[in-house]
Design a protein around this ligand. Structure first.
Ligand code: GUN
Length: 282
């Protein structure tokens, strides 16, 4: 049976460290603050945003949640971002995605000052990640790296396979593993012999958004399997991209869903907010 990587526990440890850091920063007169903008009523987004606000509160980070109606014009949203860019007490700005269809997501991301872009979605920050000269790490891939490291798993020299090539997870994940000296392969929906490629992985990170897609026969015995998936089953239960019951018989380490990668994403957002506050107060 695989060792379970407990994301809830690791996340709680890191949040305790962050709370200590916030205290020390405040003693130096630095007050980190996060603004989260949500446009519209998407129920999943409402939950994520509420959790982000709560997480800030728990570690002593000032937070503002800005709720805008579905009918908000793109110019109004851009004006709000401008206002937040200019406010000193706001160190980080996050616009919850997805946005309503009439708003251009790329224009919105580009409007956030790169120094406050705690998602690390802007062209400047993505470029910095590519080069390895970054302040902010994208939250989910950074959370995955932290789970691997804090489980005492060596990355250098390992074969890593990333399944999925999104801008939010797959692509930056591949880059972070590469920076950690893994040999990285990225697979996607058009990959031929996907099962065969997955079986070469010492570290397998899966982010394709298909429930129970990775089965035991696709996993090398003893591999580290990280499941970024969050799929809602017909009965309302959350499930990952990995067939947990089957794969945990083969893998050496595995993350559960929920309770694996999920809690780490917000934790990394808190970390980025501290980084932003520190940089802005240099
Ligand atoms: N929607 C789903 N995940 C994310 C995320 O990491 N950041 C933002 N801004 N929106 C999201």
């Amino acid at each position: 049976m695989a060792n379970i990587i407990d994301g809830k526990k690791i996340s709680a440890q890191i949040r305790t460290e962050i709370a200590e850091e916030v205290k020390a920063m405040k003693a130096q007169g630095i007050h980190p603050g996060l603004a989260v903008i949500i446009v519209g009523e998407d129920p999943a987004s409402q939950v994520y945003v509420r959790n982000k606000g709560r997480a800030c509160e728990e570690v002593g980070i000032y937070s503002e949640i800005i709720r805008m109606p579905e009918s908000t014009a793109e110019e109004e949203l851009l004006a709000k971002i401008d206002e937040l860019n200019a406010r000193r007490e706001i160190s980080g700005i996050l616009v919850q995605l997805p946005l309503p269809r009439h708003i251009n997501e790329a224009a919105v991301i580009a409007a956030i000052s790169p120094e406050k872009d705690v998602d690390a979605f802007s062209e400047v920050n993505v470029g910095k990640i590519m080069i390895g000269n970054h302040h902010f790490l994208p939250c989910t891939p950074a959370g995955v790296m932290e789970l691997i490291r804090r489980s005492g798993i060596e990355i250098e020299g390992k074969q890593a396979v990333v399944v999925g090539r999104s801008n939010i997870v797959g692509k930056p994940q591949a880059m972070l593993l590469l920076h950690a000296n893994a040999t990285v392969t990225v697979c996607h929906s058009r990959t031929k012999n996907l099962a065969e490629v997955c079986r070469t992985a010492d570290i397998l990170v899966v982010a394709i958004g298909k429930a129970d897609f990775i089965t035991a026969d696709m996993v090398k015995p003893g591999a580290v399997v990280i499941d970024v998936g969050m799929n809602r089953k017909a009965d309302g239960k959350l499930t990952g991209d990995v067939d947990y019951a089957g794969v945990s018989e083969v893998a050496g380490y595995i993350t559960p869903v929920p309770g694996g990668v999920g809690p780490m994403t917000i934790t990394m957002l808190l970390k980025n907010t501290l980084t932003a506050a520190r940089e802005q107060n240099k």
